[in-house]
Write a protein that binds this ligand. Structure first.
Ligand code: AMP
Length: 116
């Protein structure tokens, strides 16, 4: 399977890596929507958050710990940040490899969806 985020995880295509753990990789989004926009991915291919299985808890915990460390690294721990998993078309999911968006560095509105 040709998966762009698997290729980033294996180092065969470049990314601006922020953090590298045994289970996860964090790199900056190519099209940032905020001053900090980092994607945390599992190194093992999982298609999306709807495919998570009970045995994947170690991966999810590692991704969340990476997200916290990214937020600390970018100085967001006090000001706050948003963690997002997009699933499916209505959410705008475009890359079929699980990724957690870490977004911050600016105040963000709620609810997050744009007016159609
Ligand atoms: P999603 O809409 O949740 O599937 O988000 C996919 C994200 O991946 C988007 O924010 C893209 O800008 C980002 N993206 C796609 N290709 C790359 C890449 N090669 N390096 C970094 N970010 C990417």
């Amino acid at each position: 399977m040709d998966c762009i985020f698997c290729r980033i995880a294996s180092g065969t295509i470049p990314a601006e890596v922020v953090l590298d753990s045994p289970l996860s990789l964090a790199f900056r989004d190519l099209s940032p929507v905020a001053p900090t926009h980092v994607l945390v991915i599992p190194k093992r291919h999982i298609a999306h958050a709807g495919e998570i299985q009970p045995g994947d808890g170690d991966i999810l915990a590692d991704m969340l710990i990476c997200a916290r460390r990214v937020a600390e690294f970018d100085g967001l721990a006090e000001s706050g940040y948003r963690l997002v998993f997009n699933v499916g078309d209505d959410a705008g999911n475009s890359v079929p490899h699980l990724h957690l968006h870490v977004i911050g560095g600016t105040p963000m509105g709620w609810p997050p969806f744009a007016q159609q």
